[in-house]
Write a new protein. Sequence first.
Length: 66
Amino acid sequence: MNKFQNEGKLDRTVRIILGFVLLLVSVFVSGVLQIVFYVLGAVVLITGIIGFCGVYKILGINTCAK
């Protein structure tokens, strides 16, 4: 585990699944809502893959196992 990661295994798994779901939903909507789903899906998916969340860092949250 990298010292810069602040997401635990369950947190990362949920984020990856949610990211894929949001990206899938974005295919079925249009307009501004589609862009919102694309961006949210991409951000959630990327944070799940790399294991780091900037919001967690700001709030001092760390879900990694010690």
